[in-house]
Design a protein around this ligand. Structure first.
Ligand code: AMP
Length: 423
């Protein structure tokens, strides 16, 4: 019997793991530099949390959730996104309080029962950040910058920021009415889902993936003309903040994002090199979310970014992060005494350096060095009779070809310096 991984999932093989580690390390680094602290929440939650926190009219909730009953009959769902769980956690631990600001980030797998295709998986990974506890437009700017600066740190510059404001529950109903008036003559031609959305939440029509419906959505009245004074002032301040920092963006009145809980700012960052599935990440403000899941009225703004998509974009632009080829390979030539000394040397060097060696002690030096090359090592440390009797080793730079004798006592320091210099 042959097994295959479930449809829409991917194995990350050792070849690709270096790229993942680079993305994750950078996410940790950039988050910390912006003052964001990590939060880890379970990968499954009560189904009800997503119904309330993501929205009952969204595609995620109506079509894409991995929902199951546990042995006690509780309905649980594999998290389709990270924000609802993070807010649930803040509320549960009494940390969600108006005026108390939390800068948080998370990273991990998300699950959506979607049609798998390039850039779309059923298990995928998101790095996300949330700035909770303030309505200040500077927080929106900070969140957008966090994502933009993360992408720029990889040299991913062919990206585009799309920006919109979706208003708030005070001014959105008036826009929903305008939208219904615009959509009414097209209603019969819209897909079944959109006919339902038309009644329940017409903004969702803007999110439809059906080509005809997308075309209809091209001509919609702009939501920006329907914003109330407060939302308009907030949106102006977000734009001014981005302008002041030289962040280039495009206004997109059709950008409503896939989740119901967004208020005011909505944004996405797209990879210009891609047509479909080009969104690398996106987010927005969700001032009503914490209350919607039973907490106090606490505003927030955040984003999530798809790591698979970012990795693909990096690969396509020839910037795939690789495992640092600065490891050490210990080769040995000789009898039992050399073998013993070589294995002890491997162990001691491993306290400070990445070190491998060939398990076969009888291979020729040439064969061992070939193995070193295959493993991507940068330096070979060669131990033979000659070296051992002088308490030295030969260090060969496998890239430059040069070699030198180094005293065993100072070998680790010497190699570490070499690595430093090679960076
Ligand atoms: P969302 O939570 O839908 O706003 O998605 C945020 C980001 O996660 C998107 O911009 C994508 O980069 C990524 N993403 C969302 N859904 C998927 C998926 N099914 N497969 C891969 N990446 C995804």
């Amino acid at each position: 019997m042959k097994f295959q991984g479930p449809r829409g999932t991917q194995d990350i093989l050792p070849e690709a793991a270096a790229g993942w580690q680079a993305l994750e390390d950078r996410a940790r680094q950039v988050s910390a530099r912006h003052g964001y602290r990590e939060i880890r929440t379970p990968i499954f939650e009560a189904t009800e949390l997503f119904l309330r926190g993501v929205g009952e009219t969204t595609d995620i909730v109506t079509k894409e959730m991995y929902t199951f009953a546990d042995k006690k009959g509780r309905s649980l769902t594999l998290r389709p996104e990270g924000t609802a769980g993070v807010m649930r956690s803040l509320v549960e631990h009494g940390l969600a309080q108006a005026g108390r600001i939390h800068r948080l980030w998370y990273l991990g797998p998300m699950f959506r029962y979607d049609r798998p295709q390039a850039g779309r998986y059923r298990q995928f990974h998101q790095w996300g950040a949330e700035c909770v506890g303030t309505e200040n437009p500077n927080a929106d700017v900070e969140i957008i910058l966090l994502l933009v600066d993360y992408l720029a740190s990889f040299g991913l510059e062919k990206t585009k920021v799309l920006l919109n404001s979706v208003g708030h529950p005070g001014c959105r109903p008036a826009y929903a009415e305008k939208l219904r008036a615009y959509l009414a003559p097209h209603k019969e031609s819209l897909c079944g889902d959109c006919q339902m959305r038309f009644e329940k939440n017409p903004l969702r029509v803007l999110d439809c993936k059906v080509p005809h419906d997308k075309e209809v959505a091209q001509g919609i009245p702009s939501i920006l003309d329907s914003l109330c004074d407060d939302c308009r002032t907030h949106f102006d301040a977000v734009q001014k903040g981005l302008d002041a920092l030289g962040v280039v963006y495009e206004l997109d009145p059709r950008l409503v994002r896939g989740l119901d809980y967004y208020t005011r700012t909505a944004f996405e960052v797209h990879d210009l090199a891609r047509g479909a599935q080009s969104a690398l990440g996106g987010g927005g403000r969700y001032d009503g979310l914490v209350e919607a899941i039973g907490g106090p009225a606490v505003p927030g703004v955040g984003f999530s970014a798809g790591l698979e998509r970012i990795l693909n974009a990096l690969e396509e632009q020839g910037r795939r992060p690789v495992f640092q080829a600065d490891g050490v390979f210990v080769a040995r030539m000789g009898g039992e005494a050399i073998e013993k000394a070589a294995l002890a040397l491997v162990r001691s060097l491993r306290q400070s350096l990445p070190v491998t060696f060939d398990f076969e002690s009888t291979k020729s030096l040439g064969a061992q060095l070939k193995q070193a090359d295959k493993l991507g090592a940068r330096w070979a440390v060669i131990l033979g009779e000659d070296e051992l009797s002088a308490s030295e080793a030969t260090v060969k730079d496998l890239k430059a070809g040069a070699q030198e004798r180094v005293a065993l006592a100072g070998l680790a320091d010497h190699l570490m310096k070499n690595r430093e210099n090679a960076r």
